[in-house]
Design a protein around this ligand. Structure first.
Ligand code: ATP
Ligand code: MG
Length: 288
């Protein structure tokens, strides 16, 4: 019976219909993962580091998490100890998923950590991007791939390349949330206005549900006044959208990928690991 007829039929029926509707809605929402893309077209600002460590701590909090490496550089893949040039060991990858020669399910690899899966990539993802440019559904391939597996996850985290490319647009269209890491250095906010414009365009044309989850200050160095100044500028501009946790510049964070592990597994007592753990709590709170 449609909700319209139920509403006409009387209050008590309306109440029970609303109850069933709410229950149904709750079920639908609970089978949909929260999809977060991590983007900034500026290079080296901590996108991949954030993607790997956020995924690690979400999984540690027992959230079933899938990290999608969607950058041809494959840093999330190698940062988790998976050799991206060894195609025998690698199995199926995001490159094939985007070309339509493998399913998303086939590309899923478990990591060493419970509740934490990865879909790796190869450098050929860059060629695949060019190839799909002239093909149908070029903007929605990642969204459709994620939809096919999202019922198995609480969170899907997408690591994007340092560009406003077709891959990045695919990432934005596939997501509910956009997370913007900003390095606390000179020129930090350069390009951010352009990124927000692209986000607005995606919202208008393809994905009205996309929202800015927040802005994360990275590589914060408390010894320099520049870091403090830039952080203050970020807060002034983004206000409460700025995460309270700033990720400090920390050598353990930089060392961890060369051991193929997240910093929390490398040195959980380091300042960097503690900051990523705190930041993950904020993400959980904001996506409740
Ligand atoms: N908090 C930190 N402290 C020290 N080094 C860091 C920190 N965060 C990231 N790094 C280092 O800075 C470099 C860039 O980080 P990362 O690869 O995460 O950036 P990115 O934005 O993903 O780069 P790209 O744009 O190339 O994809 C890496 O060598 C990384 O190990
Ligand atoms: Mg990266």
């Amino acid at each position: 019976m449609s909700l319209y007829f139920t509403l006409r039929a009387g209050k008590s029926q309306t109440n029970s219909s609303l109850f069933y509707f709410s229950a149904f809605y709750a079920i639908i929402v609970s089978i949909m993962a929260k999809v977060i893309c991590i983007t900034n077209q500026k290079g080296g600002v901590g996108k991949t580091t954030t993607a790997v460590n956020l995924s690690y701590y979400l999984a540690k909090d027992k959230h079933k998490t899938l990290l999608v490496d969607f950058d041809p550089q494959g840093n999330a893949t190698s940062g988790l100890g998976i050799e991206k040039t060894d195609s025998d060991k690698l199995g199926h990858t995001m490159t094939e998923v985007i070309l339509g020669t493998a399913t998303m399910q086939e590309a899923i690899h478990p990591t060493k950590y419970k509740h934490f899966d990865l879909t790796p990539t190869t450098p050929e993802l860059a060629n695949a991007e060019v190839e799909i440019t002239s093909q149908p559904r070029k903007f929605t391939r990642l969204r459709d791939a994620i939809r096919s597996v999202e019922a198995n996850y609480d969170y899907v985290i997408i690591d994007l390349p340092p560009s406003l490319s077709l891959l990045t647009v695919n990432g934005m269209i596939a997501s509910n949330y956009l997370l913007l890491p900003v390095q606390t250095e000179f020129y930090a906010l350069e390009g951010v206005a352009q990124l927000l414009e692209s986000m607005k365009l995606v919202m208008k044309q393809a994905n009205p549900n996309l929202q800015l989850l927040g802005v994360l200050a990275t590589m914060y160095d408390k010894r320099t006044s520049l870091s403090a100044q830039v952080y203050a500028e970020i807060k002034k501009y983004f206000k409460q959208l700025t995460f309270n946790t700033a990720i400090p510049r920390n050598v353990r964070v930089a060392e961890a990928p060369s051991h193929g592990v997240p910093v929390g597994a490398y040195d959980k007592f380091s300042k960097g690991a503690k900051a990523y753990k705190e930041f993950t709590k904020e993400v959980e709170e904001r996506t409740k």
